[in-house]
Design a protein around this ligand. Structure first.
Ligand code: SF4
Length: 448
């Protein structure tokens, strides 16, 4: 069962992200662990007064989730991983060995999973998380098909026009309290020396004044972190020149204090990219990607490995052109002689936009692309990207296998058809003109 509690083997439910990866909603005063769980827990001032910095990562609710994981209970809040595991795609849940090492090295537990499980009540606190994500707010100029109002103010505005709209607890139009911010930065100071990575995401961070507030704070003398702390920023790269320049002007300063990892989100070229990521201007995206590679090349390494990557969110409409997209990325690697990493991502929700619901022949797009990546890797000069690209090829293979072996959910396929028909009406487009290779699949969905 995916949507209800089920009891089983702790090896199949434990995941270090529940301990290691807090996600803080900076504008809404909320928290969760790992970007894939839901819902968020609202951190009230009362909670902060009662729990202090423990409100961020050791609330009674979070400790309960950890206890369940170590008792073999698969709580529905992690259902995006349970669902991937059922369909055979590699989920984002950590391996048991990594979980054990984490508890051993960071929380002083034994180096033995079954012993951790036997004494589970001792290991429910998290004191040294390794990755922190700050979701700044939801201000965004795009309305990607698989996104929602939690991450996009454009989706929020559109949803508000629907009759019967009720604001979701996820939307973050209000600012968090002064006590929240003050306690947050004290907590950050207390964990910063053990932190490996700080992710800054939006919305689109570069549109938010709070993004620059946070960067200024990170650059100030108040914050002391290891130079190896990776500051990771995900942007849609749709910024005009002045906004893009403002963003990049921070990078050279940040790079003197931290290690940088910058990601541009996209998964398809040109008109297809613009269809999936509504509001995107492909020409601007292309120009900004090329400029970012130049910026990264110009940053002295100081023995650190600053890197740039593309966050590829595999979705139902990116499948058939994934090869063209990766060829485009690779052409920049070759032109600039500089690595571009590929970050693995896949749409699980909404389920009708997941590639897993496609009919079996679509799996060949993934198998063929994975094969071509491996072939290219044998011949290409490695600018520091090849092992990352090979692991991306494995990821594509796992999605392909899942398309081939899973029985697709017919309701999801019907909802995909509904999505296509509504998009045609709303956006005045002919879907098959943009995606002719989906014509048989659309006919198949119509017959369901
Ligand atoms: S099981 Fe998946 S959703 Fe749950 S914490 Fe781990 S990575 Fe996140």
């Amino acid at each position: 069962m995916i949507d209800s509690l089920s009891k089983g083997n702790p090896e199949q439910s434990a995941c270090l992200q529940r301990w290691a990866y807090p996600v803080i909603k900076y504008s809404g005063g909320q928290v969760r662990t790992c970007c894939r769980t839901f819902p968020n827990e609202v951190i009230s001032d009362e909670m902060l007064l009662e729990l202090g910095i423990n409100a961020f990562i050791n609330s009674p609710e979070l400790q309960q989730r950890r206890l369940e994981m170590l008792s073999g209970i698969r709580h529905p809040s992690c259902k995006s991983c349970w669902k991937l595991e059922v369909t055979g795609v590699k989920s984002f849940r950590s391996k048991v060995e990594d979980f054990t090492r984490y508890i051993h090295e960071r929380e002083g537990g034994p180096n033995d999973f079954s012993e951790i499980v036997r004494n589970k009540e001792k290991y429910l606190m998290s004191t040294k998380p390794q990755m922190l994500e700050i979701q700044i707010d939801n201000i965004c100029d795009l309305k990607c098909i698989y996104c929602n109002e939690e991450y996009s103010s454009r989706w929020e505005s559109e949803n508000k026009m629907d009759a019967g709209y009720t604001p979701s607890a996820h939307t973050m139009t209000k600012d968090s309290s002064p006590l929240f911010k003050k306690t947050f930065w004290s907590w950050f100071q207390s964990i910063s020396s053990d932190l490996k990575c700080l992710n800054l995401i939006g919305g689109e961070p570069t549109l938010s004044p709070k993004f620059y507030e946070i960067l200024d704070k990170l650059l100030s003398d108040e914050i002391q972190c290891s130079p190896h702390l990776v500051i990771s920023i995900v942007s849609n790269f749709n910024s005009n020149e002045s906004r893009f320049n403002k963003f990049t002007s921070y990078l050279s300063r940040l790079s003197k204090k931290y290690t940088l990892s910058i990601d541009a989100s996209c998964e398809a070229l040109s008109k297809r990219g613009e269809f999936i990521r509504q509001g995107l201007d492909w020409e601007i995206f292309q120009k900004n990607v090329n400029s970012m590679v130049d910026v990264m090349r110009s940053i002295p390494s100081e023995n650190r490995n600053h890197n740039f990557g593309i966050q590829v969110t595999n979705n139902i409409l990116s499948v058939s052109s994934i090869n063209d997209f990766l060829n485009w990325v690779h052409s920049i690697v070759e032109l600039k002689k500089h690595p571009i990493h590929l970050r693995q991502n896949i749409v699980s929700y909404p389920d009708y936009l997941s590639p897993i619901i496609l009919t079996s022949h679509f799996s060949n797009y993934y198998f063929d692309t994975a094969k071509l990546i491996r072939h290219k890797a044998d011949q290409a000069i490695d600018y520091g990207h090849i092992s990352n690209w090979l692991s991306f090829a494995d990821f594509l293979d796992s999605i392909g296998k899942s398309i081939l072996t899973q029985q697709p959910n017919k309701n999801s396929q019907k909802r995909f058809l509904d999505f296509v028909q509504k998009s045609e009406l709303k956006r005045g487009i002919n879907f098959i003109e943009i995606y002719p290779e989906y014509s048989d699949f659309i006919d198949y969905c119509k017959r369901l």
